[in-house]
Write a protein that binds this ligand. Structure first.
Ligand code: NAD
Ligand code: ZN
Length: 273
């Protein structure tokens, strides 16, 4: 469809950089899921662009009144626009393309800031959900995670069957520290990377936005942005693809196939470079 010539040229350069790299990772943000119908926070059409940003005390308010939080959640009156979008959303061609890149051994890991579960739904396996996953429940004390169906909700707030701690959604709230296990995994992956795809993120939410710079400082990593709009990391990127990820990533898969001389499927094909 509508990719510009300059976006196509930048995607070819991206494919070459990825095949030349030792360890490619991706940092994904809300823009990856825009084409699945989930609104972003920032940028044109973003929820906060429309309504303004919420206050920073979400986690504090949860800790002060966990029962009230759970009651509001079960009554469905927390950000209904977002909840309905999350319930309806399906992975888009961008998510599927990341799975193909992972299956082909070209993409080693994805750190996503999205809580929408769409990377997993598409089939990504090597992922870290730095802001959690809205379909899971997590213990604030021992960090155990549970499927929603495993947790009885007849008494609120629910408590952890392993340690008795308080249970909350796995989604990281405003003011809540990133769970230590996932933060460690993200830092380890950043430290391994010599090429990072920065996909549909405004790159201003920390610590996620700092991960590409860890790779650049430690490994002189090539940073590549795919986003229709300029971001806080654009200037740090040596390749910029100005296009939506749902259109650009399938084209990137095709460009890598061409470079590898493979016209059918990429999966399992030995690296021809
Ligand atoms: P953000 O809302 O701050 O920025 C969205 C970015 O996506 C912008 O740079 C915008 O230009 C870009 N974008 C818009 N459409 C795009 C498209 N089709 N393809 C590629 N890029 C596109 O998002 P963020 O940086 O991820 O930070 C927001 C935080 O809020 C995240 O950390 C996340 O936890 C949470 N959030 C999650 C979801 C979700 O799970 N889908 C949605 C909204 C917000
Ligand atoms: Zn526990």
């Amino acid at each position: 469809m509508g990719l510009s010539d300059s976006a196509r040229a930048a995607l070819d350069a991206t494919a070459r950089a990825m095949l030349a790299a030792r360890y490619v990772t991706a940092l994904a943000g809300a823009g990856m899921s825009a084409e699945s119908g989930i609104p972003t926070f920032r940028g044109p059409g973003g929820l906060w662009t429309k309504y303004g940003a919420p206050d920073n005390r979400g986690y504090q308010q949860f800790l002060e009144d966990p029962r009230g939080w759970w009651e509001r959640r079960l009554n469905g009156n927390q950000m209904p626009e977002m909840r309905e979008a999350l319930d309806r959303a399906q992975p888009n061609p961008g998510h599927h393309a990341l799975v193909e890149l992972e299956d082909a051994g070209v993409l080693r890991h994805t750190v996503t800031q999205n809580v929408d579960n769409l990377h997993r739904a598409a089939g990504s396996r090597s992922i870290s959900e730095i802001h959690g996953n809205h379909t899971l429940i997590r213990c604030v004390a021992c960090v155990s995670r549970f499927e929603r169906e495993e947790i009885p909700l007849d008494e609120l707030p629910p408590m952890c069957s392993r340690c008795g701690g308080l249970l909350k959604t796995d989604t990281v709230m405003f003011g809540e520290p990133i769970p230590p296990d996932v933060l460690r995994a993200c830092q380890t992956e950043a430290a391994r990377s010599d090429c990072v795809l920065i996909l549909g993120t405004s790159a201003i939410v920390y610590p996620a936005a700092a991960l590409p710079d860890v790779a650049r400082r430690l490994n002189d990593a090539t940073l590549i942005e795919i986003n229709p709009n300029e971001t806080a990391l654009t200037d740090a990127c040596s390749i910029v693809v100005r296009a939506p990820t749902g259109e650009a990533l399938p084209e990137l898969v095709a460009a890598i196939r061409r470079l590898r001389g493979d016209t059918r499927s990429m999966a399992g094909v030995p690296d021809a470079t």
